[in-house]
Design a protein around this ligand. Structure first.
Ligand code: CP
Ligand code: NVA
Length: 334
């Protein structure tokens, strides 16, 4: 028997503050239940006759495939729509596209540039809209991260997450808020030029205080990671920022997660894991790194026993499924 909060019905996710702390943690819990259900071989009909539009302005491996399979596993459907496929933002405004798709689909997952586009889709479509990454936030990623931490350590209590890298990107912004809401201590290690936006930081600090934890920002990664249980990083150059590649690599080289930094936590023989939302530049096997080699994380850390990146990646599917099911499922099917 699956359980989740009634208040999640019909809800959109613009950013993690779209949900109360309790609702966010309930979604993580539901994802765990759905994961166990799938592992037991159950493919049900929780999303029977529910259709989801996936509007993608940026590339994706995990979010796209997780959404398609999440819907399909439970008897629903998902249609992948890129900008060249539809009139979106070219011959037709976001507002009109939202109104059209809202008449056809039961929900919309959006990945793109402007946060406002995601908010306008929610405002005008009349159906739940989920943010699958914008320039500012990546909330569905953090649901998967929290599930991975909970599974690996048993719970989210007494845990410090240290994010090392570009401290003001979409993942960092959402991770900071996700930790604050979950009562997890958060440390951001990033150069002064990339410190989190003041308003976003202040908001997370307030939520963290309410939950008895703190949010701290360091420019010295070795000092910052001391006592951390999770070392987390993301690419140094996010989608849409490619022109800044050379500058970022120079600026962030001292922020690479390597075994020395893992040791600097003081927890190398204890409670410690490595997370990365992926894709990751950890070896020479990509177009970007074929000459430079590893960037934000070394291959040694990426392939180590501390690395839970593929659990994290799998959990994208279970957490996105939890969003779809909690918002759309007619509870009589459960
Ligand atoms: N982590 C993540 O969002 O991956 P994709 O870009 O592959 O969807
Ligand atoms: N910050 C990265 C996350 C990719 C999942 C980007 O926006 O490209």
């Amino acid at each position: 028997m699956l359980t989740w909060m009634d208040s999640l019905r019909g809800r959109s996710l613009m950013r993690l503050t779209s949900f109360t702390d309790e609702e966010m943690l309930d979604l993580v819990d539901l994802a765990g239940q759905l994961k166990a259900r799938r592992r037991a071989g159950v493919r049900g009909d929780l999303l029977h006759r529910k259709n989801i539009a996936l509007i993608f302005e940026k590339s994706s491996t995990r979010t796209r495939n997780s959404s398609i399979i999440a819907a399909r596993d439970e008897g629903g459907g998902a249609e992948y729509l890129t900008r060249p496929d539809i009139h979106f933002g070219k011959k037709e405004s976001v507002k009109d596209t939202a109104r059209v798709l809202g008449r056809i689909y039961d929900g919309i997952l959006f990945r793109g540039f402007a946060q406002k586009t995601c908010e306008d889709l929610a405002k005008y479509s009349g159906v739940p809209v989920w943010n699958g990454l914008t320039d500012d936030y990546h909330p569905t990623q953090i649901l998967a991260d929290l599930l991975t931490i909970k599974e690996t350590f048993g719970d989210l209590r007494d845990c410090t997450v240290a994010y090392v890298g570009d401290g003001r990107n979409n993942v960092a912004n959402s991770l900071m808020m996700g930790c604050a809401k979950a009562g997890v201590r958060y440390v951001c290690c990033t150069p002064k030029e990339l410190w989190p936006d003041e308003a976003i930081l202040a908001e997370a600090e307030e939520v963290a205080r309410r939950n008895g934890v703190d949010v701290r920002v360091f420019d010295d990664p070795v000092k910052g990671v001391k006592g951390a249980n999770v070392l987390y990083t993301d690419v140094w150059v996010s989608m849409g920022e490619e022109a800044k590649t050379a500058e970022r690599i120079k600026m962030l080289r001292p922020y690479q997660i390597n075994m020395d930094l893992m040791r600097a936590t003081g927890n190398i023989d204890g409670k410690l894991m490595f997370l990365h939302c992926l894709p990751a530049f950890h070896d020479f096997n990509t177009e970007v790194t074929k000459e430079s080699g590893a960037l934000e994380v070394t291959d040694e850390v990426f392939e180590s026993k501390y690395s839970k990146v593929f659990d994290e990646s799998e959990n994208r599917m279970h957490t996105i499924k939890a969003l779809f099911v909690s918002a759309l499922c007619d509870r009589k099917n459960v």
